[in-house]
Write a protein that binds this ligand. Structure first.
Ligand code: ADP
Ligand code: GLC
Length: 482
């Protein structure tokens, strides 16, 4: 049993903008169930403390002249102990964890996450004398990158694991910001946090963490190439001995079509005929033609370039010629939101676009759709294809990252036959690839018996955390031994 401090900028159900929230809200608890002594630390954003039944203040301090309290509580629905870093002037505001209400990054993000990292370092070193000092620190994404960097300067600091959930977000600021934050000058060099004369939070993790991992084996290889490395492929290749890939698990209680409280009609692999009730209910709700037979394609996503929005927009005219319906739920870049909404208003019987963030609707779309579309340009792991598999909604995906590690396509890899197949992989990263793959999925959908078999294959895949949590424990052990 090891004492592990898990540090994340979001954790479901207290805060979430994407998959990191899902992982931080479920992996620590899975580790706890495997007898690890884990604690989670997250920022107290507006609304976070209100979601907790009770919490107590265990420490008070100041960083950069700002009042900071550490609150202790439990993650709702679990026995997991959590610490919340409360700094009202930085975190208690209208808007999201990283962006304001209009989608613009907060101007003081460097200060916000520097404060979060200082607090995490103090918790890691047991500065507040809580009587619990972790043996290992698990950091996630750029917002936590300063933790391994600052710990590298401390005596008797625990080793650290740094997980890359998405290399495209690096937390880059100018050198003046580094100076303004009074960070130790020893960190400012090319093997430290300096990145082409800029200040990089993520390099704090990549340069100083004892071990680095990412969220799928394929993405672990991809980030060592110039195509996916965002300028960090050299550093990552240099650290290849310490770099690994562990596929994400999912919260199989929260994402279970048999018990999902958001669904009108619950179902499982033995009662798949009930699934289409979810489709007709959604069609009615959204004003689409009510038709249990017509194939429904779903998508729930951040509407950003990563997710292949360009490819989707280019494919819509061709897809419009086919008998199908599309439902997309998401928020993100304004130009994608506008283009999708415009297309939807001109083609109301083909596609519905809901701009917004809606956890309940996300579950209902996963259950309602027949095919789930995820033509990502890159995908470190991806959770929506995993939720789709579990809901018997077959994914159409690009051959990248965690998508290619979790989706098996018969025609893509001839060694797999239909017994093993669970989805469709696009042969190319473009509109032609998406259109041809959706057409292929549609012709499979027309064969009811074999479609059922594919759905059953998908639903019997095991993506619970059990396996991956064990791999994390091994990774922790290797960091402790280093
Ligand atoms: P990423 O982390 O890159 O956004 P993932 O597939 O790993 O992608 O995880 C996305 C998570 O965020 C999923 O749980 C998905 O359902 C959720 N999500 C994304 N957009 C929305 C939205 N608009 N409404 C509700 N949930 C959303
Ligand atoms: C990131 C990635 C996504 C991954 C998630 C959780 O946001 O874009 O692929 O599933 O983190 O690890």
């Amino acid at each position: 049993m090891s004492k592990i401090l898990f540090i994340s900028s979001e954790a479901f159900p207290l805060s979430k903008t994407g998959g990191l929230g899902d992982v931080a809200g479920s992996l620590p608890n899975a580790l706890l169930k495997q007898q690890q002594d884990v604690r989670l630390v997250i920022p107290a954003y507006r609304g976070t403390l209100e979601k907790l039944k009770q919490y107590t203040r265990i420490a008070q301090t100041r960083y950069y002249g700002l009042d900071v309290s550490i609150m202790e509580s439990r993650l709702p629905g679990t026995k997991l102990s959590i610490w919340l870093v409360s700094c009202p002037s930085l975190f208690d505001r209208q808007g999201g964890p990283y962006n304001d209400e209009y989608g613009n990054g907060w101007k003081d993000n460097a200060l916000r996450f520097a404060v979060f990292c200082h607090a995490a370092v103090d918790l890691a070193m047991d500065t507040f004398k809580n009587g619990w000092q972790p043996e290992l620190i698990h950091c996630n994404d750029w917002q936590t990158g300063l933790v391994p960097a600052l710990l590298s300067l401390r005596k008797n600091a625990p080793p650290s694991v740094f997980t890359i959930h998405n290399l495209a977000y690096q937390g880059i600021f100018d050198q003046q910001t580094f100076s303004d934050l009074h960070l130790p000058q020893e960190l400012w060099h090319i093997d430290g946090v300096e990145f082409y004369d800029q200040f990089s939070f993520i390099k704090g993790g990549l340069s100083y963490a004892t071990k680095i991992n990412t969220v799928s084996p394929t993405y672990a290889k991809e980030i060592c190439t110039s195509e996916h490395g965002y300028g960090l492929d050299g550093l990552l290749t240099h650290r290849q001995q310490d770099l690994s890939g562990i596929i994400n698990g999912i919260d199989t209680k929260h994402w279970n079509p048999g018990t999902d409280e958001y669904l009108i009609e619950k179902y499982n692999a033995r009662s798949l005929n009930k699934k289409s009730v979810n489709k007709t209910v959604l069609q009615e709700e959204l004003g689409l033609d009510i038709d249990a037979q017509i194939p429904l394609i779903g998508m729930v996503s951040r509407l950003v370039e990563q997710k292949g929005l360009e490819i989707i927009l280019q494919s819509l005219p061709e897809l419009n010629k086919l008998a199908l319906q599309i439902v997309i739920l998401g928020t993100g870049d304004t130009h994608f939101e506008i283009q999708l909404a415009e297309w939807a208003s001109e083609h109301p019987s083909m596609i519905k676009v809901i701009i917004g963030y809606d956890e309940a609707l996300a579950h209902r779309i996963e259950a309602a759709c027949d095919i789930y579309m995820m033509p990502s340009r890159f995908e470190p792991c991806g959770l929506n294809q995993l939720y789709s598999l579990r809901y018997g909604s077959l994914p159409v995906v690009t051959a990248v990252g965690g998508l290619v590690d979790t989706v098996r396509d018969a025609e893509y890899d001839k060694s797999h036959d239909i017994i093993n197949m669970n989805g469709f992989i696009m042969p190319s990263h473009d509109a032609t690839g998406l259109i041809s793959t959706i057409k292929r999925a549609l012709s499979n959908y027309a064969e009811k018996k074999s479609w059922r078999q594919l759905q059953k294959n998908a639903m019997s895949d095991d993506h619970s955390w059990l396996n991956s949590a064990e791999q994390y424990i091994k990774l922790y052990q290797s960091a402790l031994q280093k």
